[in-house]
Design a protein around this ligand. Structure first.
Ligand SMILES: Cc1cc2nc3c(=O)[nH]c(=O)nc-3n(C[C@H](O)[C@H](O)[C@H](O)COP(=O)(O)OP(=O)(O)OC[C@H]3O[C@@H](n4cnc5c(N)ncnc54)[C@H](O)[C@@H]3O)c2cc1C
Length: 416
């Protein structure tokens, strides 16, 4: 085996596999390294499967008293926190709160907009090349509201985002029943976001992209990013096939990116919003046609190939603290009133961690103090969505091409 390559990409989730494909497309020889034996087995496996081309507003820290009090009580299904972890993530939460002011949110949304709006097209190109059209369903997704207040607020916000070309239908109970006949309950209303894609097996999609990379002579090797060394003008990593060296290295380790950047002396405010899922059978002949977010109750049901996947909102905790799936327990009880869920398919919920920067934007670009080191991580709630499009942006920057979007808002230098 050749032990030299142009670029080492560390971490084979959706972000790493996409970056590897885009670099390869631009003529680079790439070795993709992961500590797991296969790609797409971590955060990129366990998400809700939405390609969020309509999410032109970031996920803000709530600023109204009602939400803050509800979250502080720590009993809701959508948000949970570990009191013991507060000293660690409290300062991060404060930065997140500050970045959620209306002015800052508008700036962040503007920076992310070109990426978000191009996200589905980039997936479609890769899905086509990988030959897996069955892994993309163009159903959009449905957001349900239990109260007139939240429904009214969201409909008003919808008017604000239509100027970006976003399309959605506002549904009353009858229109909702026509699209989702098996939902139970009386709702204030719903919004059907029409454009987003839905991936019924996100792990399989990452594996299909990794297989495409391999078909085009890309190499996937098992190795630990902790063995990365910079020496004599290059980067070296120990893999199961020996040491591999490259001029350049990209860190796409998602929630584990700190394993590389911290020892190199970078202080980057990477935080975590942990999340859970569990799959369920459906009772009788009940079918769910779209992913459905029960917005006021804070959980989502997605019709995955494996079963109905119930996903939870954010849990603030240390990344490696033992799982505390109370949100699954709470949401499961609520979800049984919404849809005829049957038995749990796995005995225990899955847990992952969304890698998040407090300003809700990923870090994409050159590491300022190390030649040949690049970052591409922190895709928060939208990593499945943004993997391919940020892979393209990164590859354009690395190969000296004209970036299709302004990369400055994603530079590490924004943290000083
Ligand atoms: C419950 C939930 C629901 C979500 N829903 C959505 C959604 O609907 N749409 C959306 O767009 N996003 C969603 N997300 C977010 C999305 O899943 C993440 O942003 C995305 O998966 C991050 O991808 P990644 O490639 O950066 O990280 P990962 O997929 O975690 O990949 C990182 C890789 O690094 C590897 N690694 C770690 N340590 C080492 C090491 N020491 N050496 C070598 N390799 C290592 C891991 O094995 C892994 O393969 C959701 C997340 C959660 C938790």
């Amino acid at each position: 085996m050749k032990h030299e390559t142009d670029v080492l990409v560390l971490g084979a989730g959706i972000v790493g596999v996409s970056a590897a494909l885009h670099l390869q497309q631009r003529g680079r020889d790439v070795v993709l390294v992961d500590r797991n034996a296969a790609a797409g087995d971590e955060t990129s496996y366990g998400n809700a499967g939405l390609i969020e081309v309509a999410s032109v507003q970031p996920y803000l820290f709530p600023r109204d008293l009602g939400h803050l009090l509800r979250y502080a009580l720590n009993r809701s299904a959508d948000v949970h926190y570990h009191l013991s972890g507060l000293p660690e993530f409290g300062p991060w939460l404060l930065r997140y709160f500050m970045a959620s002011s209306p002015e800052s949110a508008a700036r962040i949304a503007k920076a992310a907009l070109p990426l978000i709006r191009q996200s589905l097209a980039e997936h479609e190109a890769l899905i086509d090349e990988a030959g897996v059209p069955e892994l993309l369903r163009k159903t959009g997704w449905i957001k349900l509201f239990r109260t007139e207040a939240s429904f009214g607020k969201n409909v008003a916000e919808l008017d604000g985002v239509k100027r970006f070309g976003v399309t959605a239908d506002v549904l009353d109970n009858a229109a909702l029943a026509a699209r989702e006949p098996n939902l139970m309950g009386n709702f204030a209303g719903a919004i059907h976001w029409l454009e987003p894609g839905f991936i019924p097996d996100p792990g399989a999609l990452v594996k299909a992209y990794a297989a495409l990379f391999a078909r085009k002579d890309g190499r996937f090797l098992r190795g630990d990013a902790l063995t990365l060394r910079q020496q004599s003008g290059g980067w070296h990593i120990t893999t199961d096939d020996g040491v591999v060296s490259a001029r350049e290295v990209v860190v796409t380790l998602g929630p584990w990116a700190d394993l590389v950047f911290r020892p190199l002396g970078y202080r980057i405010p990477l935080g975590f919003k942990r999340g859970y899922h569990q799959h369920f059978t459906s009772r009788g002949n009940a079918v769910l046609q779209h992913p459905v977010l029960d917005a006021d109750r804070g959980y989502l049901l997605a019709p995955m190939n494996r079963g109905i996947r119930l996903t939870t909102g954010a849990e603030f905790a240390r990344r490696d603290a033992p799982p505390t799936p109370v949100q699954v327990t709470r949401a499961r009880a609520l979800a049984r009133d919404l849809f005829p869920l049957g038995e749990a398919i796995e005995p225990q919920p899955w847990m992952g961690a969304r890698p998040c920067l407090p300003d809700m934007l990923p870090v994409i670009g050159k590491a300022p103090r190390h030649v040949g080191l690049w970052f591409d991580f922190g895709h928060q709630h939208h990593g499945l969505t943004l993997g391919p499009v940020t892979g393209r942006l990164l590859a354009e920057m690395m190969t000296g091409a004209e970036p299709f979007a302004d990369p400055k808002p994603f530079a590490l230098e924004r943290f000083g």
